[in-house]
Design a protein around this ligand. Sequence first.
Ligand SMILES: NC(=O)c1ccc[n+]([C@@H]2O[C@H](COP(=O)([O-])OP(=O)(O)OC[C@H]3O[C@@H](n4cnc5c(N)ncnc54)[C@H](O)[C@@H]3O)[C@@H](O)[C@H]2O)c1
Length: 329
Amino acid sequence: MNILITGGAGYIGSNMVRLLVARGYNPVVLDSLEYGHRQAIPESVPLVVGNIKDQAIVESIFAKYQIQAVIHFAGYLLVEESVHDPIKYMKNNVIYPVTLLNGMRDHKVDKIIFSSSAAVYGNPQKLPIPEDHPKNPTSPYGLSKWCFEELLRVFHHDTGVRSISLRYFNACGAALDGKNGEDHTPETHIIPAAIRTAQGKQKEFFLYGTDYPTRDGSCLRDYIHIEDLAEAHLSALDALAAGHKTDVYNVATGEGTTNREIIDAIKKETGINFPVREQGRRAGDPHSLVADATRIKKEFGWQPKYSDIQTIVASAWKWHKLHPNGYGH
Ligand SMILES: NC(=O)c1ccc[n+]([C@@H]2O[C@H](COP(=O)([O-])OP(=O)(O)OC[C@H]3O[C@@H](n4cnc5c(N)ncnc54)[C@H](O)[C@@H]3O)[C@@H](O)[C@H]2O)c1
């Protein structure tokens, strides 16, 4: 199957590309390389450098590669930036990908998997968070993900294009062979940021919020290893190929880990006791975000295999040791 992977040179997309190649699919990557890395994808995989908003480029990919399905990772994901520049996020995450949907309609491609986020829920009204939880995104980023999910829903009604939106919780870890990992600039995610501190690349690690009503006072999050995340996309693709209708699933373990537990696991794995500076709460951070992941497990038979914190941290540490400068930029 020929699959267009938008944002396939990014952190999660590039890992997906490698899994698809290993399973005999033919991925084609479209990425602006604004945040992605050419080196993150195998040389054998076609990479088209361009923006999803560019109709001519999108059109040429559908025509040239006879695309049969789309996995749409391309997007901006900096929550704080989205608060300062909401229009930038609505454009890139909602309006520009309409070109992609038009290309699908015109070329009769009827399957798309979309990278959505736990950010659509906002502050949880109950835990664990099921898919039908109210959507009250607290950032323009979360709103943009919710808008595109809804657009996919009405687009299905209009054109027959079926979608599965996967609401990732905290994507983390690195390929187990150490070849792909997280190289974001700026780095806002806790595991790479703490590892960078362990490596001496930043002086101290800032721990925001230590007085939350959690088991140790720090925020509680649901961590999902990128290899498990990639397998979830394959399950969704199989479901769409078998005729599954437009739907939405949480992708997570259903288990919470606190920020302090993450820091302890990184100190243990690296053997480095790096400095942690405790700060006040950060505005807009819910104290706990843990998914109800029952539906994806039950309906797709998907099970996380590598999402225990030890494996996550060990894989991330391996990637950072092997690639001290990330992909070299
Ligand atoms: N990382 C997480 O924890 C997480 C959690 C929930 C959802 N997501 C979603 O998953 C997706 C992938 O996240 P990631 O961590 O791999 O991010 P990433 O920044 O590493 O990858 C995104 C890729 O999309 C590309 N891109 C962005 N806008 C584009 C455009 N208009 N045209 C072409 N290419 C474009 C970037 O260059 C980048 O390579 C994003 O949509 C993100 O919102 C990520």
